[in-house]
Design a protein around this ligand. Sequence first.
Ligand code: NPW
Ligand code: K
Length: 465
Amino acid sequence: MRSAHTVEQVRAAEADLMARLPEGTLMQRAATGLAVAISNFLGSTYGARVVLLIGSGDNGGDALYAGARLARRGAQVTAVLLSDKAHAEGLEALKMCGGRVGSVEDIRGADVVIDGIVGIGGRPGLRPDALAAVQLAEQFDVPIVAVDTPSGVDVDTGETPEPHVNAALTVTFGTHKICHFIDPAATACGPVHLVEIGLDLPPAEVESLQAADIRHLYPVPHGESDKYSRGVLGLMVGSTQYPGAAVIATAGALGGPVGMVRYVGPDPVAEAVRAAHPEIVAGNGRVQAWTIGSGLGDELDIPRIRELLDAEEPVVLDADGLKALDDSGDHVDVLATPHAGELARLLDVDRATVEAERLKHARLAAERYDVTVLLKGATTVIAAPDGQVRVNSNATPWLATAGAGDVLAGLCGSLLAGGLSPLDAASLGAYLHAAAANLASSSGPTTAISVAAALPEATRYLLRS
Ligand SMILES: NC(=O)C1=CN([C@@H]2O[C@H](COP(=O)(O)OP(=O)(O)OC[C@H]3O[C@@H](n4cnc5c(N)ncnc54)[C@H](OP(=O)(O)O)[C@@H]3O)[C@@H](O)[C@H]2O)[C@@H](O)CC1
Ligand SMILES: [K+]
């Protein structure tokens, strides 16, 4: 599990630890890890030209001490001071090791620029000098390594309302921050490298499941299992208008842990589903969970869906089915899987607002509708009505293909029927869907059906590893 904490949580943990350690210990731990990460990024430190952009706080201090270490190992290090309050001891250390103070002109011809403008103490946006320096690095194609956070992003929300650094690598300390997990800021971080500094932290604000968590949570059958005890999923998806949605969602469901799938829908669609997947059963019967919504089109039956939402069995509600959601009643066992446009309609805001403030709107919808929300996108945000948030970031952009959402809805339903909570079903579903897409795509085009077909292999790999 990866964890992201708020600035307030990090500050409190830092204060606790600093009270027990000699002054400056944490900054030295951070700077050591930062210098190693920059060395690895550069490949060779000796003779490398490194420019440090230094703001007024400890973020600049980290960059200066790391610069001193790199200078000691033969790098040509130049600090560009963007404030007259640069960290004095850090600057002294840099000069002692052969580093010097220069100007933005040094960015031309540099091998790397280190963003020590602001970290967790920063407000969104860049001041004019910093913005000019960052634009120069972009103009000359010099990669930027961000210290702790890319300067200019909103650290606690992942929003980017103002200009900010786009990093090739972010090196962070103690724990991840929310901007490392939530888009659009997450994209601005590039890969994120975490340096341990020994903070003792409370439960995280946002979590991201890793392979070991998937292995631990997956409902693996045992010796006594039969097809019913593994879970039966009811699928109310597809229509005579969109029969493909039913075929694709069924493929997604069968790629999950469920023991049996029942298809409930018009006869010609049931025939198409049966032709593609002879293992399904058509018609009503007892189920442990439902997936409702993909491709219902004009055949959407809102009163029937509301009956199922009010019934005992948990429900994945997707696409057209989301129109049946209302904000009265208890829906804690409902998992809604909107994309940004559908979430915007549920909250009566425009799509761009949801895209810009993904965490906030996923949380808002979870609270207003009392459901778990899985907001689809390059990084998936999952918000539960009790305030828990998880993200998934392992998706390939090739997954943006027609029908991929239907596979996800079927798979999440399968995981719900297998006995997982909506939060776990959503987290595992997003992870496995992305893992299968990586396998099916292998860095090239893929289709929804190929993603569904890759689910068993992706799952097998994760369960074995
Ligand atoms: N916590 C930990 O565990 C550890 C923390 N460590 C490190 O400390 C960092 C936090 O340091 P910090 O608290 O000094 O804040 P930081 O982000 O450097 O600067 C804040 C100052 O910048 C200014 N400013 C604000 N917005 C701005 C903007 N948009 N553009 C430009 N300037 C802006 C504003 O000052 P002003 O100029 O307004 O007077 C504000 O006071 C943290 O990210 C990590 O790197 C590690 O060393 C070890 C462990
Ligand atoms: K920074």
